[in-house]
Ligand binder design. Structure first.
Ligand code: MN
Length: 251
């Protein structure tokens, strides 16, 4: 991972559509030089065996979300689990390229490899956003007068009503998956959806603003079967400014 920079992550992210363009907008660091005139420099092709998807470093330390999310979980979750989705997404692209090149009977494998691409890429996208929407000393309520505060009030009534709905969505994911607060552009409103695994039950086109990972790897070391307590802890580390920035970019 040493060759990968946040800038690389942002650039490769921009290539995969709205979700990741928003990801990039929300991860830009102050120390990244901005290209003159806002134009993006050409993106070099990935080196053999690399990219286009890259694992960005966490935007904070492994222990920064203690006591709500423990250090070991963060290390395993980011460095092992998330890394595996990045590797899997890149491998699926390589495989699809090979299938196109070789043709013949290989073409029957398109569905299986496409399924692997969807699983791994959705896993990568959601984790990338998940890390960004938490921070040390987060939680509480969105900034007063922020768009996210205004839209939560409009679409859910109150912050507590949103949190109750979101927590239930996370608690009731059957097996592994996510609760996701999204911006749904057709109705121009916020939605809470669930994802089974990473890729099933999504609303296509809806932009994830606040995804919560409820796979057991996200909490089992610390919370065992107490998913509800983990969800309660998540509310204490939400980076509402980051969620608001994502909403403003999506609206
Ligand atoms: Mn996960």
């Amino acid at each position: 991972m040493t060759r990968l920079t946040r800038r690389d992550a942002i650039k490769s992210a921009a290539a995969v559509g709205g979700w990741m363009m928003l990801t990039g907008a929300a991860t830009a660091q102050a120390d990244e030089p901005k290209p003159a005139g806002g134009a993006s420099p050409p993106v070099p092709p990935p080196a053999p065996g690399e990219g286009p998807y890259v694992l960005a470093p966490l935007p904070y330390g492994y222990s920064d979300l203690e006591p709500y999310i423990d250090t070991q979980t963060m290390k395993l979750h980011h460095d092992i689990h998330h890394a595996a989705y990045v590797k899997g997404a890149n491998a699926a692209l390589v495989e699809l390229e090979r299938i196109r090149r070789e043709g013949g009977d290989q073409i029957h494998r398109v569905r299986a490899v496409t399924q692997s691409l969807a699983f791994n890429l959705a896993g990568h996208l959601l984790h990338d956003v998940f890390w960004q929407v938490m921070k040390k000393g987060g939680g509480g309520a969105p900034p007063r007068d922020s768009d996210i505060a205004r839209m939560i009030q409009r679409d859910f009534g109150t912050l507590d009503a949103f949190k109750g709905h979101f927590a239930a969505a996370g608690q009731q994911v059957m097996g592994s998956g996510w609760a996701i607060l999204c911006w749904e552009p057709l109705a121009q409103r916020l939605l809470v959806v669930q994802a089974e695994k990473h890729e099933n039950l999504h609303a296509p086109g809806a932009v994830p603003l606040l995804p919560l990972d409820v796979w057991e790897h996200a909490y089992y070391l610390q919370y065992q079967n107490r998913r509800a307590d983990y969800i309660k802890g998540f509310f204490e580390v939400i980076n509402w400014e980051a969620v608001d920035a994502r909403l403003r970019a999506a609206m």
